[in-house]
Design a protein around this ligand. Structure first.
Ligand code: UQ1
Length: 451
Protein backbone atom coordinates (compact mmCIF):
# COMPACT_ATOMS: atom_id res chain seq x y z
CA UNK A 1 0.00 0.00 0.00
CA UNK A 2 1.42 3.33 -1.02
CA UNK A 3 0.13 6.43 0.67
CA UNK A 4 0.14 10.12 0.13
CA UNK A 5 0.94 11.41 -3.36
CA UNK A 6 1.44 7.85 -4.33
CA UNK A 7 -2.02 6.81 -3.12
CA UNK A 8 -3.68 9.48 -5.11
CA UNK A 9 -1.80 8.51 -8.17
CA UNK A 10 -2.08 4.77 -7.72
CA UNK A 11 -5.83 5.12 -7.58
CA UNK A 12 -5.67 6.93 -10.91
CA UNK A 13 -3.38 4.32 -12.31
CA UNK A 14 -5.66 1.56 -11.10
CA UNK A 15 -8.17 2.53 -13.71
CA UNK A 16 -5.76 2.19 -16.58
CA UNK A 17 -2.63 0.26 -17.22
CA UNK A 18 0.71 1.71 -16.15
CA UNK A 19 2.17 0.36 -19.37
CA UNK A 20 2.13 2.77 -22.28
CA UNK A 21 -0.90 2.47 -24.48
CA UNK A 22 0.39 2.01 -28.03
CA UNK A 23 0.38 5.47 -29.54
CA UNK A 24 -1.34 4.23 -32.69
CA UNK A 25 -4.40 2.98 -30.83
CA UNK A 26 -5.01 6.32 -29.12
CA UNK A 27 -7.52 8.93 -30.11
CA UNK A 28 -5.99 12.34 -29.60
CA UNK A 29 -7.85 15.61 -29.66
CA UNK A 30 -5.04 17.16 -31.67
CA UNK A 31 -4.00 14.48 -34.12
CA UNK A 32 -1.27 16.42 -35.87
CA UNK A 33 -0.30 19.83 -34.62
CA UNK A 34 -0.32 22.47 -37.30
CA UNK A 35 3.21 23.62 -38.04
CA UNK A 36 4.15 27.03 -36.74
CA UNK A 37 7.25 29.02 -37.42
CA UNK A 38 9.48 30.09 -34.56
CA UNK A 39 9.03 33.71 -35.52
CA UNK A 40 7.31 36.21 -33.26
CA UNK A 41 5.26 34.62 -30.51
CA UNK A 42 5.23 31.13 -32.00
CA UNK A 43 7.66 28.49 -30.81
CA UNK A 44 8.40 24.89 -31.62
CA UNK A 45 8.24 24.08 -27.93
CA UNK A 46 6.70 26.10 -25.10
CA UNK A 47 7.69 24.99 -21.61
CA UNK A 48 5.55 26.25 -18.76
CA UNK A 49 7.69 26.36 -15.63
CA UNK A 50 11.32 27.26 -14.91
CA UNK A 51 11.58 24.95 -11.93
CA UNK A 52 13.57 21.73 -11.83
CA UNK A 53 11.57 19.97 -14.55
CA UNK A 54 11.36 22.99 -16.85
CA UNK A 55 15.07 23.77 -16.64
CA UNK A 56 16.27 20.19 -17.09
CA UNK A 57 13.92 19.48 -20.00
CA UNK A 58 14.55 22.76 -21.84
CA UNK A 59 18.32 22.22 -21.72
CA UNK A 60 18.12 18.55 -22.66
CA UNK A 61 16.00 19.54 -25.67
CA UNK A 62 18.59 22.16 -26.67
CA UNK A 63 21.40 19.63 -26.28
CA UNK A 64 19.68 17.36 -28.82
CA UNK A 65 20.97 19.81 -31.43
CA UNK A 66 17.56 19.94 -33.11
CA UNK A 67 16.61 23.47 -32.04
CA UNK A 68 17.93 26.92 -32.85
CA UNK A 69 17.61 30.33 -31.21
CA UNK A 70 14.10 30.95 -29.78
CA UNK A 71 12.69 27.62 -31.01
CA UNK A 72 12.10 26.82 -27.35
CA UNK A 73 10.36 29.20 -24.95
CA UNK A 74 10.25 28.99 -21.16
CA UNK A 75 7.42 30.70 -19.29
CA UNK A 76 7.69 31.47 -15.57
CA UNK A 77 6.72 34.54 -13.50
CA UNK A 78 9.50 33.92 -10.94
CA UNK A 79 12.72 35.90 -10.77
CA UNK A 80 14.43 33.45 -8.42
CA UNK A 81 14.93 29.71 -8.72
CA UNK A 82 15.25 27.75 -5.47
CA UNK A 83 16.89 24.39 -4.80
CA UNK A 84 13.95 23.26 -2.69
CA UNK A 85 15.40 19.90 -1.59
CA UNK A 86 17.87 22.04 0.39
CA UNK A 87 15.20 23.68 2.54
CA UNK A 88 15.32 20.71 4.96
CA UNK A 89 19.00 21.49 5.42
CA UNK A 90 18.05 25.11 6.17
CA UNK A 91 15.60 23.77 8.77
CA UNK A 92 18.47 21.87 10.34
CA UNK A 93 20.73 24.94 10.44
CA UNK A 94 23.10 23.39 7.88
CA UNK A 95 22.61 25.85 5.02
CA UNK A 96 21.20 29.31 4.40
CA UNK A 97 18.25 29.74 2.05
CA UNK A 98 20.17 32.40 0.13
CA UNK A 99 22.94 30.00 -0.89
CA UNK A 100 20.32 27.68 -2.42
CA UNK A 101 18.87 30.27 -4.80
CA UNK A 102 19.90 31.67 -8.19
CA UNK A 103 18.34 34.35 -10.39
CA UNK A 104 16.23 32.30 -12.83
CA UNK A 105 17.42 34.20 -15.91
CA UNK A 106 21.04 33.23 -15.17
CA UNK A 107 20.10 29.53 -15.39
CA UNK A 108 18.55 29.78 -18.85
CA UNK A 109 20.69 29.22 -21.95
CA UNK A 110 20.64 32.30 -24.19
CA UNK A 111 19.13 30.20 -27.02
CA UNK A 112 15.92 29.91 -24.96
CA UNK A 113 13.28 32.60 -25.19
CA UNK A 114 12.26 33.54 -21.64
CA UNK A 115 8.81 34.93 -20.91
CA UNK A 116 8.96 36.20 -17.34
CA UNK A 117 5.17 35.94 -17.03
CA UNK A 118 2.48 33.80 -15.47
CA UNK A 119 0.16 31.64 -17.54
CA UNK A 120 -3.44 32.70 -17.68
CA UNK A 121 -5.05 29.97 -19.81
CA UNK A 122 -4.24 26.96 -21.95
CA UNK A 123 -6.07 26.56 -25.28
CA UNK A 124 -4.83 23.12 -26.33
CA UNK A 125 -7.35 22.86 -29.17
CA UNK A 126 -5.69 25.92 -30.75
CA UNK A 127 -2.11 25.08 -29.67
CA UNK A 128 -2.00 28.31 -27.70
CA UNK A 129 -1.07 29.55 -24.25
CA UNK A 130 -2.27 32.94 -23.02
CA UNK A 131 0.06 34.71 -20.62
CA UNK A 132 -0.86 36.89 -17.65
CA UNK A 133 -0.17 40.01 -19.72
CA UNK A 134 -2.58 38.85 -22.43
CA UNK A 135 0.10 37.80 -24.93
CA UNK A 136 -0.64 34.58 -26.80
CA UNK A 137 2.06 32.02 -27.58
CA UNK A 138 1.62 29.40 -30.31
CA UNK A 139 3.41 26.07 -30.11
CA UNK A 140 3.96 22.74 -31.85
CA UNK A 141 4.62 21.07 -28.52
CA UNK A 142 3.68 22.17 -25.02
CA UNK A 143 5.38 20.96 -21.85
CA UNK A 144 3.49 21.73 -18.66
CA UNK A 145 5.76 21.75 -15.61
CA UNK A 146 4.79 24.61 -13.27
CA UNK A 147 4.89 22.51 -10.08
CA UNK A 148 2.24 22.71 -7.37
CA UNK A 149 1.31 25.37 -4.81
CA UNK A 150 1.42 25.41 -1.02
CA UNK A 151 -2.01 26.11 0.43
CA UNK A 152 -1.24 27.84 3.74
CA UNK A 153 -4.89 28.82 4.09
CA UNK A 154 -5.87 25.14 4.24
CA UNK A 155 -5.07 25.27 7.98
CA UNK A 156 -7.05 27.76 10.03
CA UNK A 157 -4.81 30.26 11.81
CA UNK A 158 -1.63 29.02 10.12
CA UNK A 159 -0.76 32.10 8.03
CA UNK A 160 -0.98 34.30 11.16
CA UNK A 161 1.03 31.86 13.31
CA UNK A 162 3.77 31.57 10.67
CA UNK A 163 3.98 35.35 10.25
CA UNK A 164 4.34 35.97 14.01
CA UNK A 165 8.10 36.21 14.66
CA UNK A 166 7.59 35.24 18.31
CA UNK A 167 5.60 32.07 17.68
CA UNK A 168 7.37 28.73 17.54
CA UNK A 169 5.33 27.75 14.48
CA UNK A 170 7.23 27.28 11.24
CA UNK A 171 7.55 25.29 8.00
CA UNK A 172 10.41 24.19 5.77
CA UNK A 173 8.00 24.17 2.83
CA UNK A 174 8.21 27.89 2.02
CA UNK A 175 11.03 30.30 1.21
CA UNK A 176 9.69 32.85 3.71
CA UNK A 177 9.49 30.42 6.62
CA UNK A 178 12.22 27.80 6.09
CA UNK A 179 14.79 29.84 7.99
CA UNK A 180 12.41 30.35 10.91
CA UNK A 181 12.48 26.59 11.56
CA UNK A 182 15.96 26.32 13.03
CA UNK A 183 15.42 29.47 15.12
CA UNK A 184 12.41 27.78 16.74
CA UNK A 185 14.44 24.62 17.36
CA UNK A 186 17.19 26.65 19.04
CA UNK A 187 14.65 28.56 21.17
CA UNK A 188 12.83 25.54 22.59
CA UNK A 189 14.25 24.50 25.96
CA UNK A 190 11.35 22.46 27.28
CA UNK A 191 7.86 21.28 26.38
CA UNK A 192 6.16 19.49 23.54
CA UNK A 193 7.30 19.67 19.94
CA UNK A 194 4.88 18.44 17.27
CA UNK A 195 5.76 17.85 13.62
CA UNK A 196 2.89 17.42 11.17
CA UNK A 197 2.31 15.84 7.77
CA UNK A 198 -1.03 16.25 5.94
CA UNK A 199 -3.14 13.82 3.96
CA UNK A 200 -3.20 14.39 0.22
CA UNK A 201 -0.46 15.13 -2.24
CA UNK A 202 2.72 16.86 -1.06
CA UNK A 203 6.23 17.37 -2.38
CA UNK A 204 8.83 14.98 -0.97
CA UNK A 205 6.80 12.91 1.49
CA UNK A 206 9.89 12.28 3.63
CA UNK A 207 10.69 15.91 4.37
CA UNK A 208 8.14 16.36 7.22
CA UNK A 209 10.03 13.81 9.28
CA UNK A 210 13.54 14.71 8.09
CA UNK A 211 13.21 18.05 9.86
CA UNK A 212 11.95 16.26 12.98
CA UNK A 213 14.88 13.84 13.08
CA UNK A 214 17.34 16.73 12.82
CA UNK A 215 15.58 18.67 15.59
CA UNK A 216 15.53 15.57 17.79
CA UNK A 217 19.26 15.11 17.29
CA UNK A 218 19.90 18.79 18.00
CA UNK A 219 17.97 18.62 21.31
CA UNK A 220 19.64 15.30 22.19
CA UNK A 221 23.10 16.85 21.74
CA UNK A 222 21.98 19.86 23.82
CA UNK A 223 20.99 17.49 26.65
CA UNK A 224 17.30 18.39 26.28
CA UNK A 225 16.01 15.16 24.81
CA UNK A 226 16.22 11.48 25.60
CA UNK A 227 14.06 8.54 24.58
CA UNK A 228 12.98 7.72 28.16
CA UNK A 229 10.14 10.27 28.21
CA UNK A 230 11.64 12.10 31.21
CA UNK A 231 13.63 14.77 29.36
CA UNK A 232 12.66 18.48 29.22
CA UNK A 233 11.46 18.12 25.61
CA UNK A 234 9.08 15.51 24.23
CA UNK A 235 8.31 14.97 20.55
CA UNK A 236 5.26 13.89 18.56
CA UNK A 237 4.86 13.11 14.85
CA UNK A 238 1.27 13.80 13.77
CA UNK A 239 0.64 12.49 10.29
CA UNK A 240 -2.46 12.12 8.18
CA UNK A 241 -1.04 8.84 6.94
CA UNK A 242 -1.39 5.43 8.59
CA UNK A 243 2.39 4.90 8.84
CA UNK A 244 5.76 6.63 8.75
CA UNK A 245 6.31 6.38 4.96
CA UNK A 246 4.51 5.17 1.85
CA UNK A 247 6.98 2.43 0.93
CA UNK A 248 6.73 -0.58 3.26
CA UNK A 249 10.45 -1.37 3.27
CA UNK A 250 11.49 2.08 4.49
CA UNK A 251 8.40 2.61 6.61
CA UNK A 252 9.28 -0.42 8.73
CA UNK A 253 12.75 0.97 9.45
CA UNK A 254 11.43 4.46 10.23
CA UNK A 255 8.79 3.03 12.58
CA UNK A 256 11.59 1.17 14.36
CA UNK A 257 13.54 4.45 14.72
CA UNK A 258 10.42 6.25 15.97
CA UNK A 259 9.87 3.72 18.75
CA UNK A 260 13.56 3.44 19.65
CA UNK A 261 13.81 7.23 19.92
CA UNK A 262 10.64 7.66 21.99
CA UNK A 263 8.72 9.79 19.48
CA UNK A 264 4.92 9.67 19.93
CA UNK A 265 3.18 8.64 16.70
CA UNK A 266 -0.22 10.21 16.04
CA UNK A 267 -1.30 8.45 12.86
CA UNK A 268 -4.23 9.50 10.66
CA UNK A 269 -4.16 12.90 12.39
CA UNK A 270 -4.62 15.67 9.83
CA UNK A 271 -3.92 19.20 11.12
CA UNK A 272 -6.87 21.53 10.49
CA UNK A 273 -6.24 24.53 12.73
CA UNK A 274 -3.70 26.32 14.90
CA UNK A 275 -4.80 28.68 17.64
CA UNK A 276 -2.33 29.95 20.24
CA UNK A 277 -0.64 26.81 21.56
CA UNK A 278 -3.40 24.45 20.47
CA UNK A 279 -3.31 22.36 17.33
CA UNK A 280 -6.52 20.67 16.16
CA UNK A 281 -6.44 17.51 14.08
CA UNK A 282 -9.18 15.80 12.08
CA UNK A 283 -9.42 12.03 12.38
CA UNK A 284 -10.43 9.83 9.42
CA UNK A 285 -13.97 10.59 8.30
CA UNK A 286 -13.48 14.22 9.31
CA UNK A 287 -16.15 14.35 12.04
CA UNK A 288 -14.04 13.70 15.09
CA UNK A 289 -11.41 16.26 16.12
CA UNK A 290 -8.48 15.93 18.53
CA UNK A 291 -6.76 18.90 20.23
CA UNK A 292 -3.12 18.87 21.29
CA UNK A 293 -1.12 21.48 23.16
CA UNK A 294 2.29 22.30 21.74
CA UNK A 295 5.27 24.51 22.52
CA UNK A 296 6.82 24.11 19.07
CA UNK A 297 4.91 23.22 15.91
CA UNK A 298 6.40 22.35 12.54
CA UNK A 299 3.65 22.40 9.93
CA UNK A 300 3.41 20.91 6.45
CA UNK A 301 0.42 22.59 4.79
CA UNK A 302 -1.70 20.94 2.15
CA UNK A 303 -0.56 21.35 -1.45
CA UNK A 304 -2.29 21.23 -4.79
CA UNK A 305 -2.23 22.11 -8.47
CA UNK A 306 -2.15 25.72 -9.65
CA UNK A 307 -5.63 27.08 -10.51
CA UNK A 308 -4.61 27.67 -14.14
CA UNK A 309 -3.80 23.96 -14.47
CA UNK A 310 -6.66 22.59 -12.38
CA UNK A 311 -9.33 24.48 -14.31
CA UNK A 312 -7.84 23.72 -17.74
CA UNK A 313 -8.69 21.03 -20.29
CA UNK A 314 -5.30 19.48 -19.51
CA UNK A 315 -6.16 18.40 -15.97
CA UNK A 316 -7.51 15.08 -14.78
CA UNK A 317 -10.13 14.79 -12.02
CA UNK A 318 -7.50 15.53 -9.35
CA UNK A 319 -6.37 18.71 -11.11
CA UNK A 320 -3.00 17.35 -12.23
CA UNK A 321 -1.84 17.28 -15.86
CA UNK A 322 -3.27 14.08 -17.27
CA UNK A 323 -0.31 12.24 -18.80
CA UNK A 324 0.49 8.62 -19.57
CA UNK A 325 2.48 7.14 -16.68
CA UNK A 326 5.03 5.57 -19.02
CA UNK A 327 5.45 7.97 -21.98
CA UNK A 328 4.69 11.30 -20.20
CA UNK A 329 2.50 12.31 -23.13
CA UNK A 330 -0.90 13.84 -22.44
CA UNK A 331 -3.74 11.35 -22.61
CA UNK A 332 -5.88 13.58 -24.85
CA UNK A 333 -3.54 16.03 -26.59
CA UNK A 334 -0.73 14.35 -28.53
CA UNK A 335 1.48 17.44 -28.52
CA UNK A 336 1.22 18.12 -24.79
CA UNK A 337 3.61 16.65 -22.21
CA UNK A 338 4.19 16.95 -18.50
CA UNK A 339 6.73 16.05 -15.83
CA UNK A 340 7.43 16.94 -12.24
CA UNK A 341 5.05 17.87 -9.46
CA UNK A 342 2.25 19.20 -11.71
CA UNK A 343 1.97 15.92 -13.61
CA UNK A 344 -0.35 13.04 -12.82
CA UNK A 345 2.62 10.62 -12.77
CA UNK A 346 1.78 8.18 -9.96
CA UNK A 347 5.00 8.48 -8.01
CA UNK A 348 6.44 10.60 -5.19
CA UNK A 349 7.14 14.21 -6.17
CA UNK A 350 10.90 14.86 -5.89
CA UNK A 351 13.75 16.49 -7.80
CA UNK A 352 15.37 13.05 -8.05
CA UNK A 353 12.32 11.88 -10.03
CA UNK A 354 13.00 14.63 -12.59
CA UNK A 355 16.41 13.09 -13.36
CA UNK A 356 14.56 10.03 -14.70
CA UNK A 357 11.49 11.72 -16.15
CA UNK A 358 13.28 14.36 -18.26
CA UNK A 359 15.19 12.05 -20.64
CA UNK A 360 12.02 9.99 -21.23
CA UNK A 361 9.94 13.06 -22.08
CA UNK A 362 12.66 14.51 -24.31
CA UNK A 363 13.21 11.24 -26.20
CA UNK A 364 9.48 10.68 -26.76
CA UNK A 365 8.85 14.28 -27.82
CA UNK A 366 11.67 14.10 -30.36
CA UNK A 367 10.42 10.73 -31.63
CA UNK A 368 6.94 12.18 -32.08
CA UNK A 369 8.26 15.20 -34.03
CA UNK A 370 9.76 12.69 -36.47
CA UNK A 371 6.54 10.67 -36.65
CA UNK A 372 8.18 7.74 -34.87
CA UNK A 373 6.73 5.64 -32.06
CA UNK A 374 7.31 6.59 -28.46
CA UNK A 375 9.88 4.09 -27.28
CA UNK A 376 11.03 5.46 -23.91
CA UNK A 377 9.12 4.42 -20.80
CA UNK A 378 9.35 5.84 -17.27
CA UNK A 379 9.30 3.28 -14.48
CA UNK A 380 8.34 5.75 -11.75
CA UNK A 381 11.85 6.15 -10.30
CA UNK A 382 11.97 8.60 -7.43
CA UNK A 383 14.09 9.02 -4.35
CA UNK A 384 13.95 10.49 -0.90
CA UNK A 385 17.30 10.97 0.85
CA UNK A 386 15.86 10.83 4.36
CA UNK A 387 17.98 12.54 7.03
CA UNK A 388 17.59 10.45 10.19
CA UNK A 389 20.12 12.46 12.28
CA UNK A 390 23.05 14.87 11.69
CA UNK A 391 25.51 12.77 9.70
CA UNK A 392 23.18 10.02 8.47
CA UNK A 393 20.75 9.50 5.60
CA UNK A 394 18.46 6.63 4.68
CA UNK A 395 18.49 6.78 0.87
CA UNK A 396 15.00 5.60 -0.11
CA UNK A 397 14.81 4.92 -3.86
CA UNK A 398 11.77 3.32 -5.44
CA UNK A 399 9.60 3.09 -8.54
CA UNK A 400 5.92 2.62 -9.36
CA UNK A 401 4.16 0.40 -6.88
CA UNK A 402 6.51 1.43 -4.07
CA UNK A 403 9.02 -1.15 -5.22
CA UNK A 404 12.60 -0.36 -4.12
CA UNK A 405 15.03 0.44 -6.94
CA UNK A 406 18.28 1.04 -5.13
CA UNK A 407 21.32 2.50 -6.92
CA UNK A 408 23.90 1.09 -4.54
CA UNK A 409 22.67 -2.50 -4.16
CA UNK A 410 25.60 -3.66 -6.31
CA UNK A 411 27.87 -2.66 -3.39
CA UNK A 412 25.94 -5.03 -1.14
CA UNK A 413 24.33 -2.07 0.66
CA UNK A 414 20.79 -2.27 2.02
CA UNK A 415 19.49 1.28 1.67
CA UNK A 416 16.99 0.91 4.51
CA UNK A 417 20.04 1.46 6.72
CA UNK A 418 21.07 5.10 7.27
CA UNK A 419 24.68 5.78 6.15
CA UNK A 420 27.15 8.64 6.51
CA UNK A 421 28.10 8.51 2.80
CA UNK A 422 24.48 9.20 1.81
CA UNK A 423 24.44 12.21 4.17
CA UNK A 424 27.25 13.76 2.14
CA UNK A 425 25.40 12.97 -1.08
CA UNK A 426 22.36 14.84 0.28
CA UNK A 427 24.13 17.76 1.96
CA UNK A 428 27.06 18.41 -0.37
CA UNK A 429 26.93 16.50 -3.63
CA UNK A 430 23.29 16.85 -4.75
CA UNK A 431 23.11 20.66 -4.26
CA UNK A 432 26.41 20.96 -6.13
CA UNK A 433 25.55 18.65 -9.01
CA UNK A 434 22.10 20.29 -9.27
CA UNK A 435 23.41 23.75 -10.16
CA UNK A 436 26.57 22.61 -11.90
CA UNK A 437 25.07 19.92 -14.07
CA UNK A 438 21.43 18.94 -13.55
CA UNK A 439 19.80 22.25 -14.52
CA UNK A 440 22.06 22.33 -17.60
CA UNK A 441 20.68 18.98 -18.69
CA UNK A 442 23.79 16.86 -18.12
CA UNK A 443 22.91 14.92 -14.94
CA UNK A 444 21.09 11.61 -15.19
CA UNK A 445 20.61 10.94 -11.47
CA UNK A 446 21.36 7.27 -10.74
CA UNK A 447 22.78 6.99 -14.28
CA UNK A 448 25.46 9.59 -13.53
CA UNK A 449 26.48 12.19 -16.11
CA UNK A 450 24.77 12.11 -19.48
CA UNK A 451 25.45 13.79 -22.80
C1 UQ1 B 1 19.68 12.90 -7.72
O1 UQ1 B 1 20.17 12.76 -8.83
C2 UQ1 B 1 19.41 14.21 -7.25
O2 UQ1 B 1 19.63 15.28 -8.05
C3 UQ1 B 1 20.60 16.16 -7.84
C4 UQ1 B 1 18.89 14.39 -5.96
O3 UQ1 B 1 18.72 15.65 -5.50
C5 UQ1 B 1 17.54 16.21 -5.47
C6 UQ1 B 1 18.58 13.26 -5.16
O4 UQ1 B 1 18.08 13.43 -4.04
C7 UQ1 B 1 18.85 11.93 -5.64
C8 UQ1 B 1 18.54 10.78 -4.76
C9 UQ1 B 1 19.38 11.76 -6.92
C10 UQ1 B 1 19.64 10.38 -7.46
C11 UQ1 B 1 21.09 10.09 -7.68
C12 UQ1 B 1 21.79 9.11 -7.11
C13 UQ1 B 1 23.25 9.01 -7.39
C14 UQ1 B 1 21.20 8.12 -6.19
Amino acid sequence: MIWNTVTLAVSTAGRRSIAATPAASRKFATASPSPVSSAGRDHKVVIVGGGSAGLVISHQLLRSGKFVQDDIAVVDPATLHHYQPGWTLVGGGLKTKEELQRPLNTLLDSKLKFYNEAVNTFSPDNNQVTLGNGEKLGYQHLIVAPGITIDYGSIDGLPEALADPNSLVSSIYGYETCDKVFRTVEKLKEGTAIFTQPTGLIKCAGAPQKVMWLALDYWKKAGLYSANGKSPINIGFATGLPGMFGVPKYSAKLEELRKERGVEGYFQHDLVSVSGNTATFALPGGKEKVKKEFDLLHVVPKMGPHAFVKTSALANETGLVDVDAATLRHNKYANVWSAGDASSLPTAKTAAAITSQAPILVRNLLQSTEGKSLDATYDGYTSCPLLTEYGKVLLAEFKYGGEPKETFSWLGIDQATPYRAFYHLKKDFFPWVYYNSMVKGTWGGPKGWIQ
